[in-house]
Design a protein around this ligand. Sequence first.
Ligand SMILES: Nc1nc2c(ncn2[C@@H]2O[C@H](COP(=O)(O)OP(=O)(O)O)[C@@H](O)[C@H]2O)c(=O)[nH]1
Ligand SMILES: [Mg+2]
Length: 383
Amino acid sequence: MADQQDDLRALLIDSGEPTWERDNAKTREEVDRLDNVTLNIAVTGESGVGKSSFVNAIRGLKDTDEGAAPTGEVENSMVPTMYPHPTMPNVNLWDLPGIGSSMFKAETYMKDVKYQNYDFFIIVSALRFKDTDMMLANEIKKKKKDFYFVRTKTDRDVTQEERKGVREEATLQKIRNNCLDNLRTLGPPPVFLITSHNLERFDFQELVNTLERDLPDNKRDALVLSLPVYSKECLKQKYNTFKNAVWAVAITSGAIATAPVPGLSLACDVAMIVSFLTKCYYSFGLDDKTLERLSERVNKPILAMVRESSLVMAITDKSSLATKFAMRLGVAGVVESLCRFVPVVGSVAAAVLSFSTTQYVLLEEVEELYSVAKRVLEMAELN
Ligand SMILES: Nc1nc2c(ncn2[C@@H]2O[C@H](COP(=O)(O)OP(=O)(O)O)[C@@H](O)[C@H]2O)c(=O)[nH]1
Ligand SMILES: [Mg+2]
């Protein structure tokens, strides 16, 4: 990403406007992909294994929250239910019908659930490995789609085995080997032991890392930004994604500085910054709803601490955020207007100026949100 940024900068400085226009189209795509890419994740498996609980967990919701997938219910539908992400509407979780239900017909399941609509499948399994798990894995593979095998309710197994004096590591190893043995004919399949009741435990981070590696760039970013903040590592991944996107946002707003309308560049910069930072604020889990949920879960008063940050308060009240940035960028805006009087070289200089100002301001603000989010994790005692 840094190389890309340097290349674009060099192009800007050396080649003048025609190249600049072309590169701007490229960076525009980069900015758009944070907004416009859609990721559809299908969650499948037998009835009662914990599919709906998994869907809720990765949307950062408790089973009892408004909009959560109902859990502990008998499934009798053949229709996949879509659960859009509460704050990242481009990430959809699909709770597929349980394959243990009476309406299920093995031969038509994939067609009935419209398999072609999903980016990949998560097969959820619990307790014992079942024939249906294998059948599902085979069917998905036949359709040339990827699947990840998630063995959930691991917390229960660990507790039960501990009562018999078996250590956690040994229990995990036994479950893992059992899944791998059963799926062996499909090559080395990706198996992850998790509990939907606590994503920090076991292999959830490993699942995220694997998905990150497998997904194309645009889908990977959508996934990372949509996950709940359950650990420092996960927060850091989000922070890096935003930090890497800053140059694209800055360079796009820099292009607008070449427009021959005084004042336009400032207005566009501010709108873009407000939208970018608002996305960051939601992704870092700093909105009231998410914080209230976390406070309740860890039984600590976190919300008040977050409100001490003037940036967080400004984002909560969008109009004050716009004013804050209009003032900060205003000084640079004056210089941009002056540069425009010098043909070609002048407008390139204006673009570069706006690029660096915007980049500087954005990096500083993403950093502040990151530091607030880190303090939240510390208060919640999540590592
Ligand atoms: N201990 C524990 N219980 C779970 C876990 N995931 C789901 N459950 C429970 O298992 C039951 C069935 O879960 P549900 O998500 O409705 O299964 P579905 O039919 O596959 O959608 C519910 O009572 C859940 O609370 C988990 O990771 N750990
Ligand atoms: Mg369900």
